[in-house]
Design a protein around this ligand. Sequence first.
Ligand code: PLP
Length: 390
Amino acid sequence: MIYLDNNATTPIEPLAVEAMLPFLRDSFGNPSSGYAIGREAKKAVSIAREQVASLIGAQPDEIIFTSCGTEADNTAIESAIRAYPERRHLVIAATEHDAVINYCTHLEVSRGYEVTVLGVDSGGRIDLDELESAIRPNETALVSLMWGNNETGVLHPIAEASAIAEAKGALFHTDAVQATGKVPMNLSQLPVHYLAISGHKLHAPKGVGVLYVKKNVRFQPLLIGGGQESHRRAGTENVPYLVALGVAAECARQHLESHASPSDDPVRQLRDRFESEVVSRVEGVHINGNPVHRAPNTSNIRIDGVDASGAIILLDQRGICCSAGSACTTGALKPSHVLTAMGIPGQQARESLRISFSRFNSGSELDAALEAIEATVVKLRSLRPGGIVA
Ligand code: PLP
């Protein structure tokens, strides 16, 4: 099996598996318990908090552990509107993940909020002037703009956008689920108030996430109960998974640090080689998304005359895992809302394939994937009425 769907989920970092196993076996204590195994669990959670904080340039007490990226996104939005109950307006981008879009739709439909959805250009990025005019002083509670897109990898200008939100007095949240561990981050230098992370996108297990909340920013918890996470997120901590997340964050930090220059990043090298070879070996391949402002691991390609859903089935038969659009839309006939927002017509969106790499992929896997894609394209094009077309 060759796994090239790392934006859907990632293989767990082996060091993270090793680190969490003792907490599934003998060290099963509750971090709130005062005796030895409880204290041990509490210490482990505190180390994980430091490791995650260090990956994103935050303070440990700015880190709140959650059950997933979706919970972090929902909590950030809910917190902002509860913190400013008189503000009834939000701004998001058209290419946000469902974790943001559907929560905002819920606020509109069921709770009477107004949501401005910013369009994107053909490369998938927002216009900063449009953002500035969309924010209404004293009315906009929150701007929520994803750092990196899950389908295309396109990166939004978070430093500039958060500065605009701050200047206009709105809170700023970023869904950084697809960017964390892939691009350097220093939250201490940015006016970002909330940020969401998902463990399973950075080689930790599924079912664990993080909400960063900047110090002194108003916060209202979503889950209310016990006093865990300094009364900001009730529920007994998932100690083994938090330990794994901490180690995965530390490995991601080391990876970013040792490949500080973008051209040094082996994941980017794989992605770039994939794109240059697929374009030269297969006729009619186009790359979706801004070529410069993109996460280094993601490639979203459109192949003329090749339906992505058929390609995925044939590639799966050859042991290659990749996807069309996002994993959440697999099986749905609707073209991706992200590609549609970029002005890509429905048929072309259906011809778009997402290949996403990680540091666990190798050059030989890439070679095998290229060969499989070439053969798949030839087969699918030959099956079209009229035979082989480019
Ligand atoms: N945000 C983005 C950009 C994502 O890609 C995902 C998952 O696909 C999420 C949020 C949700 O994360 P989780 O699966 O941890 O709930």
